[in-house]
Structure formats: C-alpha cells, structure tokens
Design a protein around this ligand. Structure first.
Ligand SMILES: [Zn+2]
Length: 562
C-alpha cells in the first residue's frame, strides 16, 4: 500500500491518484486506522461459505456468509466504478464461477487473497455508486454470520462532490497519522503478517466491528426462510465516517428509493449450509484504514537509478552479444530465471466456461517449469508468486530487477469470447501491437491491478530518457531471440497459435534490462486447450521444451537425449 502522503506529493499524478483512490472511503468497521490484521494469525481464518447479490439498478445488496464475524473496510473507486471490500485473511469456499453474474448495480465480483494476511472482494459496479451501509451480523437463529454491503446509485457529480469532502478528511487523517510514526510502521508490517504486539487492542477492534450490528439484524433470505419486504426502517448504525453517508442519501437519484433495501436472493437457495461457526476463539481483525495507514514502500530509488544508469551506459559502450552476459553477478555460473505466473488471489484472470481459473493453471504450469529448470542445476529459479496471492504488475517487474534476473518468463492462458483460437503464443513487448487481438490481450492483462482494486498511480520510473530507450532496444532483441528459441522448442511438443510470436505493450515485460517474454499457454476458451492446461503430463512436456529453450538461450550444452 502506498501512503496517501506519498501520492499527494507526487505532483500532477496526485490528482489522478486521489480520484482513483478514495472516492468514497466510506466505512471501516474498525473506527481507528490502527492495524490489527495480524490478530488473524492466531487462529483459523474465517471462511466465506456463500455470497449473493440482490436488488435492482437503484439499490443493491451484497452479502457474504462467513463462519465468524470479521473486521473490514469498504470503499469505492471510480473509472471504472468498483467497490473494494478489504478483509483480513479469509478462505473462500465458494462455487467455481460464482461472481461472474451480478445483479442490479453489480455486474460481477471476485474475491481472493490480496496480500499475505489480507483478502479482498471487488464488486464491479455498472454505475457510480455510494455505500449506503455496511456491517457484519453475528450468527444467530441458525443463520451464519454475514457481511452486508448496501450500495446505492448516484451520479458522477454527487460522487465527485462527496469525494472532495472525503479527500479532505483523509488528508486530515493522514496528517494525524504522521504524528504517530510507530502506527504507520506497524501498518507497513501488518502486510507481512507480523505478530501484533498490541494484543489488547483486538477485543476493542472486535467491538468496533460488531458495533454497527443492531440487536435486530435485517432479515436476509439466507436459506429461503424470509419473505419480501421485512426490512426494518431503521438501518444499522453506521460505522464511521457518517457524514459521507448522509451525503449519499441526499443524492437526488437515491432519495425516492429510500427505505427499500434490496433483498438478495440470487443463488441463495442452493448454497451449502455454512460450516458451524467455531465458537468464541475468533481473533478479530479490523482491516487497517486502507489508505491512511498504508506504509510507503520507498526503497533506495535514487541509488538504484544511479546504478541503473551506470549499467545502461556500460551496455551502450559495448553492446552485449546474444545471449546476454550480465556483469556483476553474485553467482556467476548460475543464471537467474524469474517465472511470473499471471494473476492470483483476488484477480482470477480468465475463467473458462467450466470454471477453470487462469490463475490456477498458470501457477501449476509455473511450478512445473520451475522444477524442470531447477533440476538442471544451471539456474537460480525464482517465482513472483507461488501461491494464490495477488501481485501487482509493477511489483512483478521490480522483483525481477531486484533479483538481477537474466530472463523473465510470464505465464498466462488467454480466453476469447468468440472464435476457435487454439495454441500457445509468445509475446514480446512493443509499443505497437502486432495485431488487434494482441493489443486487446495486452490491454486485458494490463488491467490486472485495476481488477484487483489497486490504485493506478504509475510506478516510479527509475530511469527515463533516451539511454533507457537504447538499453530497452538491446533487451528487446534478446527477448525476441528467446521468443524464437522458445517457439522452435515448444512447437515440437505442443500446438502453437498460427502466429506464435506476437508483440504488444504488456506492462510486465517492461523491465529495461531483463529479457522478458509472456507465454500464453493456450486458450481457456477452447475446450481442447483447457484439457491440456489441466493435464500434468502436458505441463511436464511443455515445461521440458521450455527448459531446452532456456538452455539454448544461455548457450548451455546439455546431453542430447535429455
Ligand atoms: Zn492472463
């Protein structure tokens, strides 16, 4: 997470950033911005056992059944409008493909891990929305605990107006936060699941989390028990900050629908019964105030930049041959290969009709490739993720550069709405895409951060200017060389797309100094490809072919029959 202060100080970008970040940072179950995430580590995480959406185009309710009450924060970000529900670590035991169909103001939604110890639900709104209310209901009367978020439609003008107020409030909060550096530090540490020193705060947090729940929760048709319209007039007491919500109900759009909260029902009947909530022991974790408490991830940027320039200039004076030989390695005889399984956590990537998730098949493949490469003994193999966690696009690139990668291989599996496209494609970076489909694919893959509800402040460019361009050109040549090597090895072992090498502006391929390719293993929209992607034998076969290509790229001679 990026500190608000840093964003604001980023000059012109600040405007974009602020707009992008917290239009309506409405409701936090934890009324302080104090992080208490790590409390989760003490027990089993809550399990989300069912989700559903109800309502119409004016008001829509999202409900998640959970095995224990939990802290959360919820806010809206625009362009496109998304509702972000930040949670402590939650296991999602939900039917495959749920979330692809929304209702009312919610087109679709997704969920998953966002970072260690943190989970997130992202609701895709089809219009400007405000959070009317949000709360957690305790398990009661045979119904599981529920997280409820009520959305109300608004218009852009109202949304913008509210934003100004929220922004001011956030700045004030940030200023206050800066007076408590240890809290900020703790917030930064919370992402690593570091133990919470202030254990006594947990109970308080829990109280805060449960406070909004009235004695008489709104009836929710969890198992078809409830009929229509039994909603109480008096909404649940609101978590802070209240004023924004008051604004929300002032929205002209919303005024005439007041008092008719939507009743979720979709999918309600077929849900599994929730696991019985583990009694009592649930350590409660309020999510930290997502923006205000976020720590800066500043490293030694300028130092890196200086080193980078040095390296770039060195590269210019004596262009490296193909394959590239890099200076200053710690282990000179072992090349560093970074494998980047696409998507993860809250970002599922493509989803096949039968419910196969891109994030899963690409991780499985990446592991197979890692094992083959590592078994050769020639490489130090690193992965940008090795579990179901979301990783920002910029962080994937940074990871490769920080580890002095000699080669970066991103793994994906595409999906097309129409057409019978099949086979693997290797992409290398280019400002100009080689064709429309390539351009669209890059645009789709580049949306990963957006999909996960990450603010879209540009990553700090560490090096800019013409030197970078020239270095990139050299790197690109290496990337293209590797892509061609890869294709010639892979085509012997699996089906390739009719144009197997294409170009587009993928963000993960933009490290100026690391030869990088993005492999689309196949199409999840093709049944045949999907079958291959799910086959361990196919993965092993293709991973072997790719290992041969990596060997060839680095000029490593291996026994012919390997
Ligand atoms: Zn992908």
């Amino acid at each position: 997470m990026r500190g608000l202060g840093r964003i604001v100080s980023a000059g012109v970008r600040a405007l974009v950033a602020v707009l992008a970040i917290l239009f309506v940072f409405l409701q936090v179950s934890d009324d302080s911005s104090r992080p208490s995430m790590s409390a989760v580590a003490a027990g089993d995480p809550p399990v989300a056992t069912a989700t559903r959406v109800g309502g119409d185009g004016r008001r829509t309710r999202f409900v998640a059944d959970v095995t224990q009450p939990l802290g959360f924060s919820v806010y809206v970000i625009p362009d496109p409008f998304r509702v972000i529900i930040d949670l402590p670590e939650v296991d999602f035991e939900l039917p495959a493909g749920i979330g692809q169909q929304g209702r009312g103001l919610i087109d679709s939604y997704r969920y998953g891990r966002f970072a260690p110890g943190k989970s997130r639900i992202v609701l895709d709104a089809n219009a400007p929305v405000l959070i009317e209310k949000s709360y957690v209901v305790k398990a009661e009367n045979g119904q599981p605990a529920r997280l409820v978020v009520d959305l109300i439609r608004t218009d852009r003008v109202t949304f913008a107006k509210i934003h100004d107020r929220v922004e001011r409030a956030m700045r004030a909060a940030k200023a206050a936060e800066e007076g408590k550096p240890e809290t900020v530090a703790a917030a930064a540490g919370a992402g690593d699941g570091a133990p919470d020193a202030a254990g006594e705060e947990r109970e308080e947090t829990r109280q805060a989390a449960l406070e909004p729940v009235p004695g008489e929760p709104e009836p929710l048709p969890v198992s078809g028990a409830d009929g229509e319209g039994a909603s109480p007039r008096d909404p649940a007491p609101l978590p802070k900050p209240r004023p924004v919500v008051a604004d929300a109900s002032d929205a002209s759009d919303a005024g005439d629908t007041a008092g008719t909260p939507p009743e979720p029902e979709e999918g309600g009947g077929e849900e599994r019964a929730g696991d019985p909530a583990p009694a009592g022991d649930a350590p409660q974790a309020g999510e930290e105030a997502t923006v205000a408490a976020a720590g800066s991830e500043d490293g030694s940027v300028s130092e890196d930049a200086a080193r980078e320039l040095e390296r770039v200039m060195g590269a210019l004076s004596s262009p490296p041959p193909l394959p590239p030989a890099k200076p200053h390695r710690d282990i000179p005889d072992r090349r560093v290969v970074v494998i980047d399984p696409g998507h993860g956590g809250v970002d599922p990537g493509a989803i096949s009709r039968s419910g196969t998730y891109e994030k899963k098949v690409v991780l499985a493949f990446a592991k197979a490739l890692r094992d083959k490469l590592a078994a050769s003994g020639h490489y130090k193999v690193l992965m940008t993720r090795d579990d179901d966690t979301f990783v920002r696009l910029g962080d994937r690139v940074k990871f490769a550069r920080r580890n002095h990668a000699d080669l970066f291989i991103a793994i994906h599996a595409d999906s097309l709405r129409s057409g019978k496209a099949r086979g693997a494609t290797i992409y290398t970076v280019s400002e100009r895409a080689s064709d429309r489909e390539a351009a669209e694919l890059a645009a789709k893959e580049n949306r990963a951060d957006l999909i996960a509800g990450v603010d879209l402040v540009e990553e700090n460019e560490e090096v800019t200017g013409i030197l970078l361009d020239l270095a990139q050109r050299e790197t690109k040549n290496h990337s293209v060389y590797f892509a061609k090597t890869l294709i010639s090895e892979m085509k012997a072992k699996t089906r390739m797309h009719s144009r197997p090498h294409r170009y587009a502006g993928f963000r993960v391929l933009r490290a100026p100094d690391v030869p990088s390719v993005l492999v689309e293993l196949g199409y999840l929209s093709s049944r045949a490809d999907e079958k291959l992607l799910l086959s361990a034998q196919w993965r092993a076969r293709v991973a072997s072919a790719m290992t041969k290509a990596v060997d060839a790229f680095f000029g490593i001679k291996v026994a012919a029959n390997r």
